[in-house]
Design a binder for this molecule. Structure first.
Ligand code: NAD
Ligand code: 3PG
Length: 625
């Protein structure tokens, strides 16, 4: 894994920024991804190519600066020519099973205990699961190197330990599209059933009662539904709710306004969505940023009596806070398909609550969706066992080792620049397009930038989604999200033994949380170089800086005057924040300078506030790398 793990990438959304001058760009929202069309074409790579090794393994290697034995073992992941054994550990649609049986020996063994799964796995080449099976490190260890591919028959891969999979050279693939409609339909089912008390009335009648006045419902027509997360499921939910005569608004900081507008949905801020909606439906991924996003504070902002639907992930909601909100009437009803713990404890107050309708994670459970998912996953697993890479692979991209060795530090630079770019973008317009300029002393044809581009994509997308980006799925995911990345290679007078002289990222048509990051031509711009094997940030907007991209970063624009380094440095020192690198660049003497400060620790809010209080500081931003 790269030095910045997926976990730490997510934490990058805890940015802090500050602007003194009123003409600074706003620091309002999280960055918005454009989701137009990717200009990137997907290249096909073969697992059988003995020159290929998984990127995540190599990134780990990059960190330790040596190709370790395990990575080398992965160089040639050829698969046996005799029939493979595929363990199907959860119920899979017949069409998928048929496809698998045409290829290998299929062992359908459901409801295995963790011990039973571990006992079986060493005789299997592939494992197919849904969300109910934990494919953890122990499973990969028990596989003793035989397991080649894990297929997740659905979207969420939170039950598969991707890091362990990659370390053990096991490809993981999922089926991200086949259950979208089913999940949206289930959202509508919960919405309508909740509004008309269908489940409660059904239970009452079955208990021999006839309680017509007790179960008077609410109408949907004319009511406002807020769709939180306007991705595949959210947009389909919105489409259907409009058909019911509902007014639909949505909140998704990373989706373009046009995409929502095309189906008559207005994109609004988080607070506006939850404070104006009668119904709120959750469709965002579970990330560190969205975990318990619905809590005491956010319930407090809701319109009294709001109704909540969740077919996303249980962890989006603080379940104790929801019980309180239901008890005090802030939330009048909830309809839940997903839970923090699945299955929830038998005595769960939430499940038992009279105003809550529950289903046991049935969002993807239609015959059609399960057939679709089964085919999608069977094709991906068979393809992988045949030595092909699937567009839905979520780990283990393949790149020639000599290319990797050479590009190793540039790969880290590329990812970090991507992460910086997404953190610096503010406002609500969405990123329309990203241009990457590689300056190199090599002829453009002699520079393979696929990996660099993939890592930039990873840096941009991972902090704001639960997508796991690698060389295989970077183009696919970028295209799905409408992110357009164009590349330019510029031949410069630099030694050709180094593949890249500099990488520049330009994000056009956006505002920035840090006004100084906007270049003369109006783009959020940053440039980096590798110096002595270490990635450095060398330019931000129109300022030259020089700071190694390690730990975290504070960018600070101030009046160019004596003592600034000391003042800011003191604040950090007094608050136990170690400065690992610092550079000051200025445009006009005695007027304006920019400080780039690399820090090992994450400063507290108070520490950052103190920097903001230094009189000569005009704006600053804290960026988590
Ligand atoms: N209940 C089920 O059986 C079931 C079935 C399918 C999907 N799901 C879950 O539903 C969720 C959505 O799935 P999808 O296929 O639509 O994924 P998707 O990636 O297509 O959509 C997710 C959307 O959420 C947005 N988003 C990210 N962070 C956000 C934030 N902080 N605030 C608002 N929006 C944010 C993203 O920009 C994206 O547009 C996932 O969590 C998935 O696991 C559940
Ligand atoms: O992530 C998903 O695809 C859904 O939550 C469905 O999960 P399931 O395959 O366990 O039904």
């Amino acid at each position: 894994m790269a030095s910045s793990s997926a976990k730490s990438l997510f934490s990058s959304t805890h940015f802090a920024s500050f602007h003194r001058s009123s003409d600074s760009n706003s620091n309002t929202n999280s960055p918005v991804l454009p989701f137009l069309q990717s200009s990137i074409s997907t290249s096909s790579v073969s697992l059988r190519n003995s020159n290929l090794i998984p990127v995540r393994s190599v990134l780990k290697t990059v960190e330790s600066s040596e190709l370790d034995a395990r990575s080398s073992d992965l160089v040639d992941p050829t698969f046996p020519n005799d029939r493979s054994t595929i363990l199907v550990a959860e119920k899979l649609g017949e069409a998928g099973l048929k496809l698998l049986r045409g290829f290998g020996n299929v062992d359908c063994a459901y409801d295995l205990s963790p011990e039973e799964l571990c006992a079986k796995i060493s005789s299997c080449d592939a494992l197919i699961v849904r969300s109910g099976t934990k494919v953890n490190r122990q499973v990969f260890e028990a596989a003793k190197g035989r397991l080649k591919v894990v297929g997740r028959a659905g979207v969420g891969i939170d039950n598969v330990d991707l890091q362990a999979a990659t370390e053990f050279g096991c490809l993981v693939v999922n089926a991200p599209t086949a259950n979208t409609i089913a999940a949206a339909e289930h959202g509508i089912a919960l919405l309508t059933a909740m509004a008309r008390n269908v489940a409660q009335a059904d239970a009452s009648m079955k208990a021999g009662k006839w309680e017509r006045s007790k179960y008077v419902g609410v109408s949907l027509v004319g009511k406002t539904l807020a769709v939180m997360g306007f991705g595949k499921v959210g947009s389909e939910m919105a489409r259907r709710a409009k058909g019911l005569g509902m007014q639909v608004i949505a909140h998704d900081p990373y989706t373009p306004v046009d995409r929502a507008r095309a189906i008559g949905v207005e994109l609004v801020s988080f607070n506006q969505a939850i404070s104006t909606a009668d119904f709120i439906s959750l469709h965002m991924p579970l990330t560190p940023t969205t975990t318990k996003l619905f809590n005491d504070d956010t319930f407090g902002l809701m319109k009294k009596g709001a109704r909540l639907i969740n077919v996303g992930r249980g962890g989006l909601i603080d379940e104790d806070a929801l019980i309180k909100a239901l008890d005090n009437g802030v939330v009048s009803q909830a309809a839940l398909d997903v839970f923090v713990e699945e299955p929830p404890p038998q005595d769960s107050k939430l499940v038992q609550h009279k105003n809550v309708t529950v289903t046991p994670h049935l969002g993807a459970s239609t015959k059609e969706a399960q057939e679709g998912v089964a085919i999608e996953i069977a094709e991906a697993v068979v393809g992988a066992l045949n030595g092909e890479l699937s567009a839905t692979a979520v780990n283990a991209p393949m790149v020639a080792p000599e290319v990797l060795t050479e590009l190793a530090p540039y790969v880290i630079l590329a990812e970090k620049l991507g992460r910086l770019a997404v953190q610096l973008v503010g406002g609500g317009k969405g990123i329309k397009s990203i241009k990457v300029v590689y300056r190199s002393g090599r002829a453009p044809d002699d520079l393979d930038t696929r990996l660099l581009r993939a890592m930039i994509t990873k840096g941009i997308i991972e902090p704001i989604s639960d997508s796991h980006i690698n060389l295989v799925n970077a183009d696919f995911t970028a295209k799905q999200k409408g992110l357009r990345i164009s590349e330019e290679r510029v031949l410069v007078d630099a030694p050709p033994e180094f593949p890249v002289e500099s990488i520049q990222i330009l994000v056009s048509n956006v505002e920035s949380k840090f006004g100084s990051a906007v270049s003369e031509t109006g783009e959020v711009a940053m440039e980096g170089k590798v110096k002595y094997g270490v990635p450095h940030l060398t330019r931000v907007g129109w300022f030259d800086v020089d700071v190694s991209l390690e730990g975290n970063l504070i960018l600070c624009r101030q009046v160019d005057q004596p003592g600034m380094i000391g003042r800011v440095g003191n604040i950090l020192g007094e608050n136990n924040v170690n400065v690992n690198f610092m550079s000051v660049g200025r445009t006009v003497r005695k007027k304006r300078a920019i400080m780039a400060i690399g820090v090992d620790e994450v400063p507290t809010k108070d520490t950052l506030a103190k920097i903001g209080q230094v009189a000569a500081v005009e704006e600053f931003v804290f960026l988590n790398l």
